[in-house]
Design a binder for this molecule. Structure first.
Ligand SMILES: [Zn+2]
Length: 409
């Protein structure tokens, strides 16, 4: 019995020892073959594997660099697929720990993510990057923009003040100057979170009106989604000012009943008929979605304002009365928005005629076509090429057709 017990213990000991020995005999051999195999199925690659490769002496630095680059190129394939984009960012940020050369490409991609309105996500990824490396000035600026557009004023002020000596770009300095009179007012705003919006509002305004605005906003989401197939990818920041504050900040646009500049901004007073705001809300929401869908790269007023007017006009069954002003040439619409905004007659004609263009496209090619046209701006700014693909004519021909139609009005 005793012997049997001893033998048993000895056997266990031998088993443990051989196992340990096995492990010593068979460590993962990091060689060219191993790296090539990893590249076949990159989803197996994780932080630990990358660290082992980084610390390994058995392959040349050049081979490591090549592996990192090949791996990154394979990852980047996932960037353009919105369902795999998260995987791309997570894996690349981990890789950048060992291969910081990709940080510039990652920065460019984060800027695109940001321009598509994904402010919370962009902020999250920048924070991940910041855990293992110092951010470039460009990324510090981007992080500030994320705080700003998600209305995290406290974080914005705190974070920005940490970089007093940073050599910020002129564009960023201009931005800081522009917002210096916004923050003191907005610092005391209250917040109401809706399904697709974060609404920040002056505490002098009635909460019931804010709730009504939230409902109008969600109505706009549903409508725009139904006709164009656009749905917000992140919560949109909406600011609701008391009249006085709004016009103090935006004195040039004294006539405007709302605006979108990355945030939807609307003036409100407790004594107005709230239903009148619905058109403004539909209009500004349409702007915010175009901005997201086209990655902020669409620059044609006749199209942006035309779409916003079209969405707004849906509340009136698309009955838009011809204004009592002299019409302009369709090719002049953008000039009016750019240089003659103070000419109210021309501006009214420009809004109306921009609407006519979008209505013409929707009537002849379907509303979805509008949605598709704007999506294409993500990859190209060539309006004629985009129009030819979607409606088979270029801008000149489109305007010619419309001039002809208007003459008959
Ligand atoms: Zn507009």
């Amino acid at each position: 019995m005793k012997i049997a017990k001893k033998t048993f213990l000895v056997l266990i000991l031998i088993f443990i020892l051989t196992n340990c020995a096995n492990k010593q005999i068979n460590p993962i051999i990091i060689d060219d073959q191993y790296l090539d195999n990893l590249l076949v199925n990159i989803s197996d690659i994780n932080d630990e594997i990358l660290e082992n490769i980084y610390n390994s002496n058995s392959i040349s630095p050049l081979k490591k660099q090549k592996f990192y680059l090949d791996y990154f190129n394979k990852l980047r394939f996932f960037f353009n697929d919105k369902y795999s984009q998260d995987y791309y960012f997570f894996a690349s940020i981990t890789l950048s720990k060992y291969f910081p050369q990709i940080t510039q490409q990652l920065t460019n991609d984060l800027i695109i993510l940001f321009k598509q309105g994904n402010y919370h996500k962009t902020l999250y990824y920048i924070n991940q990057l910041e855990r293992h490396s110092n951010l470039s000035t460009e990324l510090i600026e981007l992080k500030c923009y994320c705080y700003y557009y998600t209305q995290n004023i406290y974080d914005f002020v705190q974070y920005h003040s940490k970089f007093k000596n940073e050599n910020f770009s002129q564009q960023f300095r201009n931005f800081l100057k522009k917002i210096s009179n916004e923050l003191p007012v907005e610092f005391y705003f209250m917040t109401h979170t809706a399904r697709n919006f974060e609404i920040h509002y002056s505490n002098s305004l009635k909460f019931e009106n804010i709730q009504i605005i939230a409902n109008y906003l969600e109505d706009a989401v549903n409508y725009v989604n139904r006709i164009f197939g656009w749905y917000p990818s992140d919560k949109i920041t909406v600011l609701i000012y008391e009249y006085g504050d709004y016009y103090k900040q935006h004195d040039i646009l004294n006539l405007s009943s709302g605006l979108f500049d990355g945030k939807i901004r609307i003036p409100l007073s407790n004594n107005i008929a709230i239903e009148n705001l619905k058109q403004t809300i539909f209009h500004e929401y349409a702007h915010s979605m175009q901005y997201q869908v086209a990655s902020n790269s669409m620059r044609f007023y006749w199209l942006t304002e035309g779409i916003a007017k079209y969405v707004e006009a849906s509340l009136n069954n698309l009955n838009v009365a011809k204004p009592e002003v002299e019409l302009i040439k369709f090719s002049e619409i953008d000039n009016v928005f750019n240089f003659e905004k103070n000419n109210t007659d021309k501006l009214r004609a420009a809004y109306y005629q921009a609407y006519l263009i979008v209505k013409y496209i929707a009537d002849n090619f379907g509303e979805r076509t509008i949605g598709e046209i704007i999506k294409k701006f993500k990859y190209s700014n060539n309006i004629d090429k985009i129009l030819k693909q979607e409606i088979f004519i270029d801008t000149n021909e489109l305007f010619r057709n419309l001039n002809f139609l208007v003459e008959k009005l």
